[in-house]
Design a protein around this ligand. Structure first.
Ligand code: ASP
Length: 445
């Protein structure tokens, strides 16, 4: 029987009631052997995440200001969880030591990591599992970069000693013992690393939603859930803003071909979303997997007669934007035209200088700039090798009177990206969605 690694997010471990749900989930399946907890998250929308409070303590301590009021909120949360779960675990001395170290100038990474560290101890005691400090098994190099090889060797060796263990998420340590954290939301990454380390058959990621939806529910009413998605498709959607999972969490398990199952702690029977490797089986031809999009792009459209026969034109153009430290999203081209699609966040206030430099280096006939562009990606393996997909998508947009400013389709055919004006973004999303997922009609009696 395979091993399952289960990571539980902050809202799944926000209070004693949530801990009880988590224990029931783990006890329901003895193959759930290695558990990765986040720090306690929000209990309701006005609540605080423990990690945010810890960062706050660190910031106050750095300014030599008193942080005990904030630290007391943290202390209270952990002690209440222990009390309500009836644990004999005494976190008092640990809490006192953490407070003293923050006061003495401990790093932001050390401070933030204590959220997971303490929650891991509680969960281990509550489950009766061994607690393995992530500082011992998740390794960063001297420059603070995650060291995958060293981690793999140490982690698999250490965990082979225990049939079951709790390993706190989000942090590890450098060779000289300093604590380092991943970026925010990084417990997802720890879960993926542990799944790879123990060669798990499945990495379960327990959160507070029942997996991915085919579109953003703030834009499309009640979009259908995605039951199964490949890593490739997910990458395309995540790149365009759709996300339940830390992006970097995908790589360790994708490489090892371990599927990820996104599940809901508050609705454990819901099927969730399974993320799998592409096994070459095409989806239902003509179907799409999901739609995602982002606003806030600019298109720089460049025209020059005989551009297509001018050797090095593209290189010169790209060297200009590279010199400005700008990365571009897309570069659709015609015979004598090239457009660059760039995120506004990349351009900042460099646009005027960029245009001047393009004039100087490329000597185009004209340059036009279009602001307020949104990009929408329609993604699905089922789109590949299926005639009529593009026609369906563009007919839907045309019927809505939506002007398409840019089109890009990778040759893998699993992705069509269109650029529309920001104002048309929501309507375009809905039109595309309903073109492929017709609204369910009420049965006529
Ligand atoms: N507690 C950390 C954060 O809030 C890491 C995590 O939850 O994954 O970012």
């Amino acid at each position: 029987m395979g091993i399952k690694v289960a990571k539980f997010g902050g809202s799944s471990l926000a209070d004693a009631a949530q801990f009880r749900k988590v224990r029931a989930i783990i006890e329901a399946d003895p193959t759930r052997r290695y558990i990765i907890p986040s720090a306690p998250g929000k209990r309701d929308k006005d609540d605080y995440k423990i990690t945010d409070l810890l960062y706050k303590c660190h910031a106050l301590a750095q300014e030599q200001r008193c942080f005990s009021a904030v630290f007391n909120l943290i202390k209270e949360r952990y002690l209440t969880i222990c009390r309500e779960l009836g644990l004999s675990l005494d976190l008092g001395p640990e809490l006192a030591e953490i407070e003293a170290r923050i006061k003495a100038g401990a790093s932001a990474d050390y401070t933030a990591s204590r959220g997971e560290y303490l929650n891991g101890q509680i969960l281990a005691a509550y489950l009766g599992f061994v607690f393995v400090d992530a500082a011992k098994v998740i390794c960063f190099d001297a420059e603070g970069r995650f060291d995958a090889e060293k981690t793999h060797a140490i982690l698999s060796q250490e965990l082979s000693r225990y049939p079951q263990a709790v390993i706190p998420g989000f942090y590890g340590s450098t060779p000289d013992g300093q604590i380092r954290t991943f970026t925010r939301g990084g417990s997802d990454i720890t879960g993926a690393i542990v799944a790879r380390g123990v060669n798990a058959s499945l990495y379960e990621n327990w959160t507070d939603v029942s997996g991915f939806l085919m579109a953003d529910p703030r834009v499309v009413k009640q979009p259908k859930p995605i039951r199964e998605i490949t890593y490739r498709e997910l990458r395309e959607l995540a790149y365009m803003g759709a996300s339940v999972l830390h992006e970097e969490a995908i790589f360790p398990v994708r490489e090892a071909k371990i599927p990820i199952h996104i599940k809901n702690t508050n609705d454990p029977d819901a099927p969730g979303t399974l993320i799998v490797s592409d096994n070459g089986n095409l989806r239902t031809p003509g179907s799409i997997t999901g739609i995602a999009g982002l606003k806030g792009f600019t298109i720089i459209a460049i025209e020059k007669t005989l551009m297509h026969s001018e050797l090095g034109f593209g290189r010169k153009l790209l060297s200009v934007i590279e010199d400005h430290g700008i990365s571009f999203e897309h570069m659709p081209s015609g015979i004598d035209t090239i457009s660059l699609v760039i995120a506004d966040s990349q351009l900042n206030n460099k646009l005027d200088q960029v245009l001047t430099d393009i004039e100087r280096v490329c000597q185009p006939d004209s340059i036009e700039v279009f602001h307020d562009i949104a990009l929408i990606a329609t993604v699905g393996l089922g789109m590949a090798y299926t005639p009529g997909i593009a026609a369906k998508l563009f007919t839907a947009l045309a019927q809505g009177g939506i002007n398409v400013r840019m089109i890009d389709q990778g040759s893998s055919e699993i992705n069509i990206i269109v650029g529309v004006e920001n104002k048309d973004f929501e309507e375009a999303m809905r039109r595309i969605y309903y073109a492929f997922v017709p609204p369910e009609t009420e049965p006529v009696c």
